[in-house]
Write a protein of this length. Structure first.
Length: 136
């Protein structure tokens, strides 16, 4: 198997695949967090991913949190190969009750995915920061 990326973090936070058939790497909550009813938070995973160009990392909420009313604010998150910061989960609680994510709980998952380019692709910007930085 060829590897196209690696995680950079404390060992206790390294995302893991639980089974050989799992596509996603489960993220482990570095801290306890409470999301108020209908509230939003930015939750830092404290995990960075280094990956080859031609790949992106897709983040999605775990179904166990989805059943409790939690989702990523934009549905999924795309981490580009030139993003060098820690991955953050922009979480929203769509329920009418507080949702608690305990330290050590698996809360989202990520999948490393290759992508193709359109013919005559022209890059017009460079990353200058973090979340959404190329659109500023």
């Amino acid at each position: 198997m060829t590897f196209h990326g690696r995680f950079i973090c404390e060992d206790s936070l390294t995302p893991v695949r639980k089974t050989s058939g799992a596509a996603g790497y489960d993220f482990i909550a570095p801290d306890r967090v409470v999301i108020p009813p209908r509230g939003q938070i930015s939750f830092d995973s404290q995990v960075t991913i280094a990956m080859e160009e031609g790949y992106f990392f897709l983040l999605a909420i775990r179904s166990s949190l989805g059943k409790r009313g939690v989702s990523l604010t934009n549905g999924v998150a795309i981490i580009d190969s030139d993003y060098t910061g820690t991955m953050k989960a922009m979480l929203i609680n769509n329920s009418d009750t507080h949702v608690i994510i305990e330290k050590g709980e698996r809360y989202m998952q990520g999948i490393l995915i290759p992508y193709a380019l359109i013919e005559e692709d022209e890059v017009t910007a460079e990353r200058t920061g973090g979340l959404g930085s190329t659109g500023k």
